[in-house]
Design a protein around this ligand. Structure first.
Ligand code: MRU
Length: 364
């Protein structure tokens, strides 16, 4: 597997099956739209940018599947329903229906619908054009993440000073959640390369353990010092002076700066505010949904109760226990110190900074 965690190879999307990590690094080859959708819904591929790119490859696969090389095949289709450039006639309506199905695979991360929409505009030009757009998207992702990560690392050092840094992160925002580099984990990588990371506290991230299974794996791979903790220990880590800044990713950032991210993020932001610790969101511009006014409009994905009532196939709760299992929460904008994208600091909560740009507790 080369540096990109998502590769297009001979008509298939090739990636690591994230369900197997950390014990098994197994390759997943996805050749059909149904396989792409299943990989996204079961979190074999997960993380906002990664599901967007996978969704775009799904549209490539759909366009190939609905391209007819015998023009007689299309004679019964209504005018305007076919595209004919690029070797074959595309059944645009059929591909658009598949694109809708892909975009609906998970509701919260705007990157999925955004990426599918971006490549959808090329369907009429044929599969090669859709593939070219998707490969552009893939190449951009790594560049964008590195830029956002570098801006975030600069901000952290400006807020926290040059001392060795103790950072806390939640879920997985690394190369597995994107195509390369990562967002919040990208910032950790940049800071580590600068030699200033003393410790990263990694929330295990219940119920699916993206922190324990994936982030700990990625940080070990990158040689970044880290300690794993249970999610509910994060506030105590802050209270006992073990955290200089919190860095997280995002699934959707609304026009007013509300941030949807993995369940537990809101709790971290509350704890960070209480302790006057910077709470920094690192994400690509494609995660910003400026058409959505506030987080109240975000659809938060609810997942199966079995993710909570058991683990690894073993029941951990009485049979029949009712469950509340939101995959994400929405952190109100006033708890966010800053949102950093490839364009730099795009949102900064002035209430959280003093005159020297240092984070201050909410009550001062
Ligand atoms: O349910 P998941 O694992 O897809 O949730 C992922 C997150 O919440 C990430 O923090 C977010 O997508 C940003 S990934 C760069």
């Amino acid at each position: 597997m080369d540096d990109s965690s998502l590769i297009w190879d001979d008509g298939a999307l090739v990636t690591i099956d994230q369900r197997g990590l950390p014990h098994e690094v197994r390759e997943l080859r996805l050749r059909t739209v149904d396989e792409i959708i299943e990989a996204i819904t079961t979190l074999a591929i997960r993380g906002a940018p990664a599901i967007g790119i996978a969704g775009a490859f799904g549209v490539v696969i759909a366009t190939r599947a609905h391209t007819h090389h015998d023009s007689a095949d299309t004679s019964n289709r209504p005018v305007g329903d076919v595209g004919s450039r690029g070797g074959g006639v595309v059944d645009v309506a059929a591909v658009a229906a598949e694109a809708d199905r892909i975009a609906a695979a998970r509701p919260t991360a705007v990157n999925l619908a955004w990426a599918v929409e971006r490549v959808r505009t090329r369907i009429g030009e044929g599969a090669d054009a859709v593939l070219a757009e998707t490969l552009d998207l893939l190449a951009e992702d790594g560049r964008v993440n590195l830029a956002a990560a570098t801006h975030a690392a600069d901000l952290v050092q400006r807020l926290c000073g040059a001392r060795p840094l103790r950072l806390l992160t939640h879920c997985n925002t690394g190369r597995l959640a994107t195509s390369a580099v990562g967002t919040a984990i990208g910032a950790l990588r940049v800071l580590h390369e600068r030699g200033v990371v003393a410790d990263v506290i990694v929330d295990e991230t219940r119920p699916l353990l993206q922190g324990a299974r994936l982030t700990a794996w990625e940080l070990a791979e990158a040689g970044i010092p880290h300690r794993l903790t249970i999610d509910s220990a994060a506030a105590w880590a802050m209270a006992t002076g073990q955290v200089d800044a919190v860095l997280v990713g995002a699934d959707r950032i609304t026009a007013n700066g509300d941030v949807a991210n993995k369940i537990g993020t809101f709790t971290l932001a509350l704890a960070a505010r209480h302790h006057g610790i910077p709470f920094i969101v690192v994400a690509p511009e494609s995660t910003r949904d400026t058409a959505m006014a506030t987080g109240a409009q975000i659809v938060v994905e609810q997942r199966a109760g079995t993710e909570v009532t058991g683990f690894g196939g073993v029941a951990t709760a009485p049979a029949g226990t009712a469950v509340f299992n939101p995959a994400f929460d929405v952190t109100p904008t006033d708890l966010v110190t800053a949102v950093v994208t490839e364009n730099g600091v795009v949102y900064r909560n002035s209430d959280s900074f003093d005159d020297r740009g240092r984070a201050v507790p909410a009550d001062t």
